[in-house]
Design a binder for this molecule. Sequence first.
Ligand SMILES: Cc1cc2nc3c(=O)[nH]c(=O)nc-3n(C[C@H](O)[C@H](O)[C@H](O)COP(=O)(O)OP(=O)(O)OC[C@H]3O[C@@H](n4cnc5c(N)ncnc54)[C@H](O)[C@@H]3O)c2cc1C
Length: 596
Amino acid sequence: MNTYKAPVRDMSFALFDVIQAEALYAKLGIEAAQRDVMDAALEEAAKFNENVLAPLNGIGDREGCTFDKATGAVKTPTGFKEAYAQFVEGGWAGITARAELGGMDLPESFGVVMKEMIDAANLSWGNYPLLSHGATEALKHHGEPWQQEVFLKAIVEGRWTGTMCLTEPHCGSDLGLLKTRAEPIADGKYAITGTKIFITGGEHDFTDNIVHLVLARLPDAPAGTKGISLFIVPKMKVARDGTVGERNAARCGSIEHKMGIHGSVTCVMNFDGAEGYLIGQPNKGLAAMFTMMNTARLAVGIQGLGLIDRAFQNALRYSRDRLQMRALSGAKEPSKPADPIIVHADIRRMLLTSKALAEGGRLLSYHAATLVDVMERTSDEAERKQADDLLSFLTPIVKACLTEWSVECTYNSLQCFGGHGYVAEWGMEQLARDARITTIYEGTTQIQALDLLGRKVMQQQGVGLKQFLGMIQQFCEQNIGNAAVAEFIGPLATLAKEYADTTMAVGRKAAGNPEEIGAASVDYLFYSGYVALAYWWAKSVAVAEAGDYPADFKTAKRETARFYFQRLLPRTRLHKAGIEAGPASLLALDAALFDS
Ligand SMILES: Cc1cc2nc3c(=O)[nH]c(=O)nc-3n(C[C@H](O)[C@H](O)[C@H](O)COP(=O)(O)OP(=O)(O)OC[C@H]3O[C@@H](n4cnc5c(N)ncnc54)[C@H](O)[C@@H]3O)c2cc1C
């Protein structure tokens, strides 16, 4: 049986003990965010995710979504619509939205914890609120007051959902190529014409209306990314006073049949002169869309985290039960016909890899989410800028590393089941298939890597990286002489220096040859991710050892940290070699000779 139990204790440990979010929330004046209240809310959230969403995960995979060609309607899998109604009823749709909009005003970082549970319980279902959350971010930051009153409120209350319509058949990673047009019509409205593909939640049966946020070009727009504007295009026409009118010319033309996330509908959307409103400034749509994309990128990183944890939980349970062969050092459970497979070293390697990447990744991503809280709530401009710099640096690492690790860990967890993982019955192959999309949408791993090294590190003179290295240095200095973490401090300090030197070296080479960036970027991204987790693992052990926790908890943290430092952190050697190898061997072979 593939089930999910929310790791509430580790979530609370990460957010409140290691990251110390309660003090941050108090400083930011978020009154509702006291730890006891939040811990209780986590328990409530766990019940919803374990009992309502998790049991629908397999159903969603088997049934998928269905499209009625005649009406253009989409039916989501059995139970999805009812679960959404329960989600809205429980107030979860607006959990992080401000009270004046009908939300609960809880911190974004708390919303991220809830999101990890949703993604672990049912990734496909979670995509519907994920896109709505992205739309609320764009409307919150760029919408006019009436647009917020009409559209934002409806999404926060869960009455309507949101989408992000960027991709077109010829235009994926390179948004500068997009062709969808927007012509001004009467009353400050625009007629939107074009085809968008791969639109998550473009049509469904959860709500009566859907708010599409669509990138399109105005008639006189400059070419490329400088000529893109953002529009609100509702499924049902909506007047400025909120009155809902007739059906808009924004229709789903078909839905995709996919490798995974079958319960999450992926639509071709046809806009045939559909009525819409400009949001933000003309030709500044990409900047507005980036507001959505940054939170959406963090959110997709959290999808990776949820998948790692769910697959790990199931593989762990199975490995304790499944009896095959004896431990090499002699029988561990002689009364049984064979030992449980968890005695075998390589099963342990796979399980510990997932445990280390999930618990370390939890800290990495929750910490990034607290920076969103600082950015949104602080009144100190310098503090806001600092949080922005660090968050910009961390976002591609969270998105790409956690999702790539989810592919590795769901495959490893499937492997723990042997042939039983490959067949559908145990649900492990679903997790492996579902994980695969997370490295592709919201900017592929390659695009995240270029963003990290090209933009966040090189173009911005490494402001975020310097802050991050400063955090590591401060931690190492504070823990000189702390026997609990002595074994980790030396390697961590050495690595931080190597990280800075490696960055400088690639920067020098890139000044003479821009291809250096593309050639180094994915290795640089993984290298960054492994260094980041080394910091969080060392810090976890320091906090656990100093605190009043059960002995088992302390032991598990220490031994997992050891595993991480000895068996996963050395992957930085390989990635450093890749960074240093440069572009020559990648670019030498003429494209025409690849099949020679
Ligand atoms: C299930 C699903 C749901 C989606 N949901 C949405 C949605 O809701 N809204 C939306 O707008 N879009 C959505 N997408 C689209 C998704 O974001 C794109 O598929 C993604 O951005 C990649 O674009 P592409 O598929 O056109 O690939 P391309 O951009 O054609 O890329 C092809 C390959 O080339 C690589 N590549 C491209 N440029 C470079 C470079 N400079 N250096 C190195 N490698 C490079 C890419 O990494 C990739 O491996 C969804 C896609 C899927 C499959």
